[in-house]
Design a protein around this ligand. Structure first.
Ligand code: ZN
Length: 113
């Protein structure tokens, strides 16, 4: 379609974000680098391991970083192998349920005779 009168054409600047390139948003609850780093440091200080999670902006795959306790600048998507620089992260905290060092007391019923 050829516009007969381009002078009257209005450019809609309010359509940002709905371009031809689909960019997947971070998951709800994801935090900025600074916030997630502070949270991770707090968790690590308690002796737990953390992995950073991010949403690939290219394909939307939810990735978990391979390197624990370390926030990198760029990550490779597990799904589409695109290198991306996510700005928002989630946190995966590993809580190790260690077996109790004390033996579990056994009920003996007391009667041996
Ligand atoms: Zn991807």
């Amino acid at each position: 379609m050829i516009l007969k009168n381009p002078d009257t054409m209005t450019i809609h600047t309010g359509m940002k974000g709905w371009c031809s390139t689909m960019v997947y948003p971070p998951r709800e609850g994801d935090l900025t680098r600074e916030a997630i780093r502070a949270m991770a440091n707090d968790v690590i200080a308690h002796g737990m391991d953390v992995w950073f999670k991010f949403t690939c902006p290219s394909c939307g795959f939810r990735c978990t970083a391979e390197t624990k306790n370390m926030l990198c600048d760029t990550y490779e998507c597990f799904e589409c192998k695109e290198t991306c620089t996510p700005q928002y992260f989630g946190l995966l905290v590993a809580v190790l349920l260690r077996p109790s060092p004390e033996p579990i007391p056994q009920s003996t019923n007391g009667d041996t005779a």
